[in-house]
Design a protein around this ligand. Structure first.
Ligand SMILES: [Zn+2]
Length: 285
């Protein structure tokens, strides 16, 4: 529990030799440079290309609103449950008060929690849809995220329509403790009820999808799709290595490894996702 009592770092004195200025933070400036292949393109072109590197196909995170733009028929998205905001049932304090952390995250992300949901259409088929926002506290799942996911599924149940959830998350939100963990059971129970209407639930795992979300509804899809090279798993590789005391194989917990081992159904390039979802709904909805 060392993180509860983090020691303040001693600040460097002014007299220390000047170090070179730090490089601009990722996401700033007009140029984009790929971390994998070092291709350089203008940031505008990168955004036009749905944040996919033209050199090597690396999929960078997509802002949440663009996710809906990417897959839904234009103008069909209607956001619902936007007024749900997180509470602080445990009065939780770590390095910072949970309340203060939330307030600063509202400001930096412009979001009320780590999930946006509503209804829309793909290839003319109405869908109940939701997506994680990794930019809000690492896409962690607290009570609000769990409730919104359950409502996406319940809405699909009530309207007898397909359900699609995009996951991108570090797992349960520790600041809400047991309330976060209970969302795993709640969402799984909602899915169990949804089964009776015999409409498809498509889970799309983005980079990264881990922890309690991977261990509940994200892996319960009738069809489980992943983006290329996404990190997907329950515990991180270091924890697993320490537990089983074995070296893990290369590419462990990446989409390609999981597809090879039968853990997911398909890897779909972001540019083909809309067409692939349309095709799936045409076959199953
Ligand atoms: Zn690249």
């Amino acid at each position: 529990m060392a993180w509860f009592s983090k020691q303040k770092k001693v600040k460097a004195k002014d007299s220390t030799p000047a170090s070179p200025p730090p490089p601009p933070a990722k996401g700033e400036g007009i140029w984009y440079k790929c971390d994998d292949c070092e291709t350089v393109v203008s940031r505008a072109d990168h955004e036009k290309n749905w944040n996919v590197c033209p050199g090597c196909g690396r999929h960078d995170a997509l802002p949440i609103r663009r996710r809906f733009e990417l897959v839904l028929d234009p103008g069909t998205f209607q956001e619902l449950d936007a007024d749900l905001t997180p509470q602080d049932p445990l009065n939780f304090v770590d390095a910072k008060k949970y309340r203060d952390r939330l307030k600063s995250t509202y400001k930096t992300s412009g979001l009320r929690d780590a999930f946006i949901s509503g209804v829309g259409a793909i290839s003319g088929v109405p869908v109940s849809i939701g997506s994680f926002a990794f930019e809000f506290m690492g896409g962690s799942m607290g009570s609000v995220v769990g409730e919104k996911v359950a409502r996406v599924i319940d809405r699909a149940y009530e309207r007898r329509i397909p359900c699609i959830v995009f996951s991108s998350t570090g797992g349960a939100r520790m600041q809400e403790g047991i309330f976060s963990l209970m969302q795993m059971a709640k969402t799984s129970a909602a899915l169990n009820r949804f089964r009776s209407v015999k409409k498809p639930y498509v889970s799309v795992m983005l980079h990264p999808t881990t922890g309690g979300v991977a261990a509940s509804f994200a892996w319960l899809g009738d069809v489980v799709i992943a983006e290329p090279k996404a990190l997907i798993g329950f515990a991180g590789p270091r924890v697993i290595e320490q537990t089983i005391r074995e070296k893990l194989p290369p590419g462990f917990q990446r989409s390609e490894f999981l597809l090879e081992h039968g853990m997911i159904d398909a890897i779909v390039h972001r540019h083909e996702l809309r067409a692939k979802l349309g095709q799936l709904l045409g076959l199953l909805a």
